[in-house]
Design a protein around this ligand. Structure first.
Ligand code: IPD
Ligand code: CA
Ligand code: CA
Length: 265
């Protein structure tokens, strides 16, 4: 993949991040996807960012299909070789609470494989970009998904999964830190800020595709709950389980998960 083309992707996603922050400053409306549960908020910022990304990304690669959390799904994406996989705001709960841990997340898949990913944290301006087999960058500087291991491995965990006690089995062996947005957690792992991140629960393709591309592009390892590489642009976009880690920590974390939470597949 050519660097000029990647720069185009980075510019669009950075602009989307600025759009989200402008809306955050001006004010936004919040609704719940299921009003009875009040668990999954969606705001006018999610929808505006979705519309912006759709226009700009499809202009960048007109032959690509489109899969986004905030666009009604269309089966024609399944016939496309290239597909944009987009979460306009990952971590909307954090966005609504003004916790600066949410992200614009954009991936490009080819024949189901993650090819490129861009993740921007609009609140901090932190920008991550990667192309598998080419390289990965944070704010324009090369990154590697690698770090020296400390006494205990540092894991980035979901705030809600921690509140539900899902990380308790690992409390004695891992140093688990709460961070919102799985896309942002994966980006931080790609940059070597932690040894890994994992989730045992379901995620949609748009939550993880960009982060998976970043981790792979930065030389880390990532697999699903069955220990398999991710394939994207599937008819059912729900995935089950994810472990992403540095090359130094991945094998030990996979073993630990196997012991505490055996694979279902
Ligand atoms: C959520 C975030 C969060 C993950 C949830 C997702 P949303 O996405 O990715 O990190 O743990 O499973 O639903 O709803 O903020 O786009
Ligand atoms: Ca999401
Ligand atoms: Ca979202």
């Amino acid at each position: 993949m050519e660097k000029a083309w990647l720069d185009g992707l980075a510019a669009v996603v950075a602009e989307a991040g600025r759009l989200v922050e402008d809306i955050a400053r001006q004010g936004f409306d919040t609704q719940f996807k299921n009003p009875d549960e009040r668990r999954d908020p969606v705001t006018t910022a999610d929808l505006a960012c979705d519309a912006f990304l759709k226009e700009r990304l499809l202009a960048l690669l007109p032959e690509a299909g489109w899969l986004s959390e905030e666009t009604k799904d269309r089966p024609d994406r399944l016939t496309k070789r290239w597909v944009w996989i987009v979460d306009p705001i990952d971590g909307t709960r954090e966005f609504v609470r003004r916790i600066p841990e949410y992200a614009v997340s954009v991936a490009l898949a080819r024949d189901g494989e993650p090819v490129a990913g861009a993740v921007v944290n609009p609140a901090t301006g932190d920008r991550f970009l990667g192309a598998v087999g080419v390289g990965a960058w944070r704010n324009g500087k090369p990154i590697t998904c690698s770090r020296d291991r400390g006494e205990r491995l540092i894991i980035l965990g979901s705030r809600s999964e921690m509140n539900r006690g899902e990380f308790e089995p690992f409390a004695d062996v891992l140093d688990v830190r709460a961070v919102g947005s799985i896309a942002y957690k994966l980006a931080l792992v790609a940059a070597g800020e932690a040894d890994g991140t994992f989730s045992l629960g379901p995620k949609h393709e748009w939550d993880i595709a960009a982060g998976v591309a970043l981790v792979l592009a930065a030389g880390g390892q990532v697999h699903d709950g069955a220990g398999l590489p991710f394939r994207f642009n599937r008819p059912n976009t729900l995935t089950h389980g994810i472990l992403a880690a540095t090359r130094e920590a991945h094998a030990d974390l996979a073993l630990l998960l196997e012991r505490h939470a055996p694979r279902r597949a």
